[in-house]
Design a protein around this ligand. Structure first.
Ligand code: C5P
Length: 399
């Protein structure tokens, strides 16, 4: 599975750097193209000459080559990669990655990488056990990075404990397993709505809400990573989808969102309605700016917006899956269950505005999933990226 894969191998300054040579050889043997990026202290442990000879590419350490001024683009390397592996990853580099301290080529490349990242820590047992290391690794996990846990064994200090970098053969196996993992949504068409809708009052004003689109965009990206062809119908937001498999259609109002969804729905296998659609829109939006001078405050008559989820639910054919969201402030569970039935959904994801770590604008969410005829599934607080995967895993079980 590694044949032809573009792997960025990040090497940092630890004794285990000698094992990176074997790792590089094994990756190349399996047919991967490897670009080594090394930290300045990594070079104290292993020479770039060995690494460039084995990879067949110049090793990158600095932002530019001193004598020619040639610029090394961390963005290009980050985009080129199908995977990035940091082995060994020292406590220092793990800390910098966790906190975005981009003072070398390796960490800047990490921050630019769109591909999955694998981190193989290597350090002495006390450093490994320190709460700071534990917290930093937890942060990396929350960003979706894969931690290749260190083994127990004899360490460079001659002490014995946990902190030994995993053997190169095992790291290659982890990568191989990752690439050969079946993409569970391959061949599926997924429709996602995200963000708020804006309902015009006049050319400069609208009725909207605080939705930022983060949850819907995380779901669209996660579905694409699982192999789906994703149509993301998005209200006005400032976030962007990062996966190639996502086609974004930008809309403004609920009516526009409905039109895009109805167009896509007949061909869709799974629709996930994450948008915070305005319930009402001004009946007669003014074509010109409503003036303040001398006028009485305007009376704005509202009309009901179409319910997009319920419209798709009414048109649902066997085999299609429709998932809704419920953002509630009170009677959360009973309201969510009511919507599951009234909109003909297969699943509804509840997040409560009472929970400070859930809802609008946060990077985390805490959800409960309700399905037809099944017990609710309650999840702990997680990053929206992880929540997206949990939701899709449950949808896959329904399919
Ligand atoms: O009824 P309520 O707005 O709470 O329902 C929330 C669910 O219905 C969400 O999945 C939301 O995206 C969807 N919805 C919709 N069109 C509306 C209102 C809500 O698709 N007009």
């Amino acid at each position: 599975m590694l044949k032809g894969k573009h792997i960025v191998l990040g090497i940092t300054g630890g004794i285990a750097a000698y094992k990176s040579v074997t790792l590089l050889r094994l990756l190349v043997k399996r047919g991967a193209e490897v670009q080594v990026v090394i930290t300045p202290s990594g070079k104290e442990f292993i020479t770039p000459v060995t690494l460039s000879a084995l990879s067949g590419k110049p090793v990158i350490c600095d932002f530019f080559t001193a004598n020619t001024g040639e610029w090394h683009s961390h963005v290009d390397i980050g985009l080129w990669a199908d995977a990035m592996v940091i082995a060994p990853a020292t406590a220092c580099t793990i800390g910098k990655m966790a906190h975005g301290i981009a003072d070398n080529m390796l960490v800047t490349t990490y921050l630019s990488a769109k591909a999955p990242v694998f981190v193989a820590p290597a350090m002495d047992l006390d450093m490994m056990a320190h709460p700071s290391t534990t917290a930093n690794l937890a942060l990396l996990r929350s960003y979706g990075n894969h931690i290749i846990e260190p083994a127990e064994g004899e360490l460079a200090s001659h002490l014995t404990g946990r902190g030994r970098m995993e053997e190169p053969e095992r790291i290659v196996e982890v990568l191989d397993e990752f690439f050969s993992r079946k993409q569970p949504l391959a061949g599926k068409k997924v429709l996602v709505t995200a963000g708020p809708t804006y309902e015009r009052i006049d050319p400069v004003r609208f009725i909207g809400n605080f939705s930022t689109g983060k949850m819907g965009y995380a779901i669209a990206d996660a579905a694409a990573r699982m192999g789906a062809e994703v149509t993301l119908v998005s209200g006005p937001v400032s976030v962007k989808a990062s996966e190639k498999g996502v086609t974004t259609e930008h809309v403004e109002s609920a009516r526009e969102m409905l039109a895009s969804c109805q167009k896509a729905w007949p061909e869709t296998d799974i629709a996930i309605m994450c948008a915070a659609v305005a319930d009402y829109a001004p009946a007669n939006p003014s074509g010109t700016k409503i003036k303040r001078e001398g006028n009485e405050p305007p009376q704005i008559t509202l009309v009901k917006n179409p319910d997009i989820a319920a419209t798709l639910g009414a048109e649902k054919r066997p085999g299609q899956i429709l998932v809704g969201f419920a953002l509630e402030t009170d009677s959360e569970e009973s309201n969510a269950v009511k919507k599951l039935h009234s909109k003909n959904l297969d699943m509804i994801v509840l997040n409560s505005l009472r929970d400070p770590q859930a809802g609008f604008g946060t990077d985390t969410n805490k959800i409960t999933i309700f399905r037809q005829g099944a017990e609710p599934l309650r999840f702990p607080v997680k990053s929206k990226r992880e929540v997206a995967v949990d939701i899709l895993d449950e949808i896959i079980k329904l399919h």
